[in-house]
Design a protein around this ligand. Structure first.
Ligand SMILES: NC(=O)c1ccc[n+]([C@@H]2O[C@H](COP(=O)([O-])OP(=O)(O)OC[C@H]3O[C@@H](n4cnc5c(N)ncnc54)[C@H](OP(=O)(O)O)[C@@H]3O)[C@@H](O)[C@H]2O)c1
Length: 286
C-alpha cells in the first residue's frame, strides 16, 4: 500500500471524498443516512485514513461524526472553507467568515483541530490583496491551533507559488483527471515541494453520458483488456501519474467504494499507459 505525507501525517494514497453522501453535488440530503454511514465505516475498516469533506456539503459532516466518532487516531479529516457571497476586501469580513467556517467544521465534526483545511478559491487565479487576506486568515487559524495545516483548492500556479513563498502549504486540491490535465503545472509545483496533490472529480467531469473519462472509449477498452473497471483504470492512472497524488473518489455506493479501493491493485502495462496518456493530448478533429 503506498502512502504520501499530508502535513505531519502520512496517509494512504487511496482516500475517500465524502461529498456524494449528501446526494449528487451535496444537495438534497442523503437518500439513506444509514447506508451513508455504512459506506463511511466500510471505508475506514478497509484502511482509508484520509477523508475529504466540507461544512457546506449539507449533512456530510454530521454523517461523518455520527458514523465514525470517536475517530481512529490515524484518521486525517480534511475540510475546506470559502468566502461566500459578494463580500470583498479586507474590510468586508472575509477573514471572519473563513474563521467562522473553520469553527463550524470543528463543531460539526466534534474535533479540536483539523489536520488541514483548504482555502477554496473562486478560480480567478489572481494574486492580490484579497488572496493574501484570505490566506492570512488560514495561517492565523493554524497559529491558533485550530488547523494543523493550510491547503489550497482551485488554485492557480501563480497563486501557489506566491503562497508557498510566504508559508507552508500541506495540500492542494484542484480539478484533474485523465481527460483534463490543465492543473499539471500546479501538480508539478506540488511534487517539487513535497506537497500532496488531491485531484477532485478524479473520475471525470461532467458526469453521466458526457463523462470524458468513464465514457471514454480508450478507458473502456483498456479496462476490458485488463479485467478492471473504467473507474479503476482512471484512478490507477492518477496513482501512477505522480507519487504525490492522493485519491479521494466520491461515492455513496458500497460496491463503488470497493471498486475504487481495489484500483490500487490494478497494473497498467506499457500499452495501457501509452493509450491513456494519449487521451489528454488528443486534439479535436476538423
Ligand atoms: N475542492 C473542490 O472544489 C471540490 C469539488 C468537487 C469535489 N471535491 C471533493 O472531491 C471528491 C471527489 O470528487 P467527486 O465526488 O465530485 O467526483 P468523482 O469522485 O470523480 O466522481 C463521483 C461520481 O462518480 C461515481 N462513481 C464513484 N465511483 C465509481 C465507480 N467505481 N464506478 C462508476 N461510478 C463511480 C459516483 O456515483 P456513485 O455515488 O453512484 O458511486 C459519483 O457520481 C468529492 O467527494 C469531494 O470530497 C472537491
Amino acid at each position: 500500500m503506498s502512502t504520501f505525507p499530508l502535513g505531519r501525517w502520512r496517509v494512504r494514497r487511496s482516500g475517500y471524498g465524502a461529498m456524494q453522501l449528501d446526494g449528487p453535488f451535496a444537495s438534497g440530503g442523503p437518500a439513506d443516512p444509514a447506508a451513508a454511514a455504512g459506506v463511511l465505516r466500510a471505508a475506514v475498516a478497509a484502511g482509508v485514513d484520509h477523508i475529504d469533506t466540507a461544512q457546506y456539503y449539507g449533512a456530510v459532516n454530521s454523517l461523518i461524526r455520527e458514523a465514525l466518532y470517536p475517530y481512529p487516531d490515524n484518521l486525517v479529516i480534511v475540510s475546506k472553507v470559502a468566502v461566500r457571497g459578494d463580500a470583498a476586501g479586507p474590510e468586508s469580513g472575509e477573514s471572519r467568515q473563513l474563521r467562522a467556517g473553520i469553527m463550524d467544521n470543528l463543531r460539526s465534526l466534534r474535533v479540536g483541530q483539523l489536520a488541514a483545511v483548504n482555502l477554496r478559491l473562486p478560480g480567478d487565479g489572481r494574486v492580490d490583496a484579497r488572496f493574501d487576506d484570505q490566506l492570512a486568515a488560514l495561517v492565523a487559524a493554524r497559529d491558533e491551533g485550530l488547523i494543523a495545516g493550510v491547503g489550497l483548492s482551485n488554485v492557480s500556479h501563480r497563486q501557489l507559488r506566491h503562497a508557498t513563498a510566504g508559508t507552508d502549504i500541506v495540500c492542494v486540491q484542484n480539478l484533474f483527471h485523465l481527460a483534463d490535465r490543465g492543473a499539471s503545472p500546479v501538480l508539478q509545483e506540488c511534487l517539487s515541494r513535497g506537497i500532496a496533490f488531491v485531484p477532485f472529480c478524479p473520475l471525470g467531469w461532467p458526469r453521466g453520458e458526457a463523462n470524458p473519462v468513464l465514457r471514454n472509449r480508450v478507458v473502456i477498452q483498456t479496462a476490458a483488456r485488463l479485467g478492471a473497471s473504467p473507474a479503476q483504470v482512471a484512478l490507477q492512472w492518477l496513482l501512477q501519474h505522480a507519487p504525490n497524488v492522493l485519491l479521494i473518489p466520491g461515492t455513496a455506493s458500497m460496491a463503488h467504494l470497493r471498486d475504487n479501493l481495489a484500483a490500487e491493485n490494478v497494473t497498467l502495462d506499457d500499452e495501457a499507459l501509452r493509450d491513456l496518456d494519449g487521451i489528454g493530448i488528443t486534439q479535436p478533429g476538423p
